[in-house]
Ligand binder design. Structure first.
Ligand SMILES: [Zn+2]
Length: 100
């Protein structure tokens, strides 16, 4: 079953519901209002090294961004090393945690 995020317009409560594509929750679990909207969620994608996102769907946490960065940085350093050879080791670095 797909999962959907909803936001109540009356009280601002945001919740997640699992149900069929043609169904919707009856009411806000918090205030029982029926005035709510479905949030469009989508995972952020990386295209050409640039983080892109679609509108309100952007919900990457700092944690996710950090792990993405930790994942990308060694690749960038490798790319630099391929290009510059050993000279890359003479470049100043901001973070020394990514030794290869
Ligand atoms: Zn509500």
């Amino acid at each position: 079953m797909p999962r959907y995020d909803y936001r109540c317009r009356a009280c601002g409560y945001v919740w997640e519901a699992t149900h069929g594509a043609s169904e919707r929750p009856a009411e806000c679990p918090s205030c029982e209002s029926q005035d709510f909207e479905r949030l469009i969620t989508s995972a952020p994608t990386v295209a050409g090294g640039i983080m892109t996102h679609a509108g309100d769907g952007y919900r990457a946490t700092q944690e996710q961004l950090r792990s993405k960065w930790a994942e990308e940085t060694p690749k960038l350093r490798k790319k630099l090393r391929d290009k510059l050879g050993d000279r890359v080791d003479q470049l100043p670095t901001l973070n020394h945690n990514y030794d290869e």
